[in-house]
Design a protein around this ligand. Structure first.
Ligand code: ASP
Length: 621
């Protein structure tokens, strides 16, 4: 190959025995055996064992030194093979060792062997501070390599389908997507600011007006949100848009694309993904991103308790989720569930235990004889199970039960064992949770379950007050704000503004294992419809013209019907890689508070920089 190497460490096989090779890499580990040093040399491909017979040569070598080794490959002595290494049948007897660079003592160990052998707990802070060292760990490095593979596969598929990759600006005018913008001062127009894009939404639509018809981009997006679990202030989308298409075309494209991506990890997704309506997803699973790797749907009991004397259940909505085998849980676990519910903003979590002879749990005394008798059947439980209830406002109660449902499956080890470390449940419990899964659940060779589904028939609008409660920035000052975004087409173009509450949008989300991994819509392409949507959202004509004049103008000049989708790239790769956080598939991520611990950023700027950038510029007129 070159002066540094003739082979990669991980490539060396028994058949290379006898060859002279040059290797370069890092010392993963060293061991000494009576005057002989064994070095595990690591490069991007893996590890090879190097034998150094000269003590004087081996003496100065330490972990993570960078070496160039010249040597001869030989088969390892019988019984000393290491089946965990691709090069485990051979070792390299060094004839020359050159130290290319030394390494200081490490803040934490990065060795391949250690990673497998121990679960040395190193604090996140120190890992992020020395991210370039953490990235030497094969697990993390492999996740990032998978990411590169996923991106190159997507590019290939989209190129094959006739899409072209475009870049859109990252210094833009702020686009409403429901989050806060990051803003950048414009030195050349003091007092004016750019925004970083929350997504390339309007540009991709304008590229349709321009006639390109098929666009994609692996785009960096920026959203200045308060802390939410596992979010990053900058993240990546695979952004797609096409002209003369309907939702079905976007489904087909997505199904092909996802199919090819998951083939990379040996999962054969169905060629057509099942669909569920937003309303069904909420009613049965308490989420607009239902986790359908198992069944155990929410059971609505509003009707069952319609004449109840129990005040708590005299509500707009009562629902329940079964906890298979839960009757035998100790009291303190149920207490812990109360805590869990409170940490999610609920008052608590009523429960009943179906013990063999009688019902248990504090709620029972409030139920009538008849209510007690029919309960087991009404919630579709069996003796030995427990059941959790939520009552009150419909959506809030459903969301609580939806979260309970997933938590139960996780605690029972039916899903996410690779993340939780929980053990697999016994077959009866597994069967009970799986039996009413609505669609086929795929199981990979490693035992991970997969379920992908389209969520469709979303409402077009939600009340502005609700959106604010969710921490979103409501766009427009009206009663209604868009569920997807302001550029999404209504299904009923004629009538949507007569009944905004019930209007549906031509939009779709793609949900994998309870994660929204993408979403999009067919767009409005007529100036009139766009203006009517803006009006409903309380964006008046002047404001619309001021903020989106360019889009409304573009719609005057023969805008084609168009639509698209954007995929959450970090999340997709994290799911495929089986890691808990999107951080593990981003080379240089930030903490949950948006801090880069390595660069120590965000950071103060100098007074000169402030003045020059016009940060403190005061508009005097
Ligand atoms: N721009 C949208 C988003 O970021 C996706 C889309 O509608 O294509 O959620």
């Amino acid at each position: 190959m070159n002066n540094y190497r003739t082979k990669y460490c991980g490539e060396l096989l028994a058949e290379n025995a006898g060859e002279e090779v040059v290797l370069s890499g890092w010392i993963d580990r060293r061991r000494d055996h009576g005057g002989v040093a064994f070095i595990d040399l690591r490069d991007k491909s893996g590890v090879a064992q190097v034998v150094i017979n000269d003590e004087a040569v081996a003496h100065p070598l330490r972990s993570e030194f960078v070496l160039k080794i010249t040597g001869r490959v030989r088969k390892r002595p019988e019984g000393q093979e290491n089946p965990r290494l691709s090069s485990g049948e051979i070792e390299v007897e060094a004839t020359d060792v050159e130290i290319l660079n030394e390494s200081s003592a490490l803040p934490f160990q990065v060795s391949t062997a250690l990673e497998e052998a121990t679960d040395e707990k190193v604090g996140d802070e120190v890992r992020l501070k020395f991210r370039y060292l953490d990235l030497r760990r094969p697990a993390l490095a492999n996740a990032l390599r998978l990411r590169a593979k996923v991106s190159s596969t997507a590019r290939r598929v989209l190129d094959e389908l006739g899409f072209a990759e475009f870049e859109t600006p990252t210094l833009i005018r702020s686009t409403p997507e429901g989050a806060r913008d990051f803003i950048v001062p414009a030195r050349l127009s003091p007092g004016s600011w750019y925004a970083l894009p929350q997504s390339p939404q309007l540009f991709k639509q304008l590229l349709q007006v321009a006639g390109f018809e098929k666009y994609y981009q692996i785009a960096r997006c920026y959203r200045d949100e308060d802390f939410r679990a596992d979010r990053q202030p900058e993240f990546t989308q695979l952004d797609v848009e096409a002209s003369f298409v309907g939702a079905e075309d976007i489904y087909a494209l997505t199904e092909r694309l996802m199919g090819e991506l998951f083939a990379l990890i040996d999962i054969k997704l169905p060629s057509v993904f099942p669909r569920i309506s937003f309303a069904d997803a909420m009613n049965s699973y308490g989420s607009d991103k239902p986790d359908l790797r198992f069944g155990n749907p929410i059971v609505e009991l509003t009707e069952y308790f319609k004449d109840t004397e129990f005040r708590v259940f005299q509500s707009d909505y009562v629902g329940a989720v079964v906890y298979p085998g839960g009757a035998s849980l100790p009291r303190r676990q149920f207490d812990a569930w109360q805590e869990w519910a409170r940490s999610r903003g609920a008052k608590g979590l009523a429960y009943v235990q179906f013990n063999e002879s009688e019902l248990g749990g504090p709620v029972v005394k409030n139920l009538s004889e008849k209510e007690r008798e029919g309960l087991l059947k009404a919630v579709n439980a069996k003796e030995g199970d427990a059941v959790f209830f939520a009552a009150g406002e419909r959506v809030k109660s459903q969301e609580l039960l939806g979260a309970v449902r997933v938590e139960i499956a996780q605690r029972l080890g039916v899903i996410d064992r690779h993340l939780t470390g929980n053990t697999a449940p016994d077959t009866a419990i597994e069967d009970q949770l799986m039996k009413d899964a609505p669609f086929e659940v795929l199981v990979g060779k490693d035992g991970r379950k997969w379920s992908i589904v389209w969520v469709v028939d979303f409402p077009m609008f939600k009340s502005t007050a609700l959106a604010k409660g969710e921490g979103d920035v409501a766009v427009g000052g009206g009663e209604w704000t868009a569920v997807h975004h302001a550029f999404t087409a209504p299904i009923d173009v004629e009538g949507f503004d007569k009944d905004p509450e019930n209007a549906l949008s031509d939009s779709y989300d793609i949900v994998l294992n309870g994660n929204e991994i993408g979403g999009g819509s067919i767009r409005i392409h007529s100036r009139d419809v766009q203006e009517r949507v803006f009006r409903l959202m309380g964006i008046d004509e002047d404001e619309a013209q001021e903020k989106f004049g360019f889009l409304l103008d573009a719609f005057k000049y023969g805008a084609p019907p168009h639509g698209g989708i954007a995929f959450g790239w970090d999340r997709i790769v994290a799911l495929m890689a089986g890691v808990a956080s999107i951080r593990d598939v981003i080379a240089f991520p930030k903490t949950g508070n948006g801090v880069d611990l390595m660069q120590k950023c965000p950071a103060k700027i100098t007074d000169e920089q402030r003045a020059e950038a016009g940060v403190d510029y005061e508009d005097l007129d």
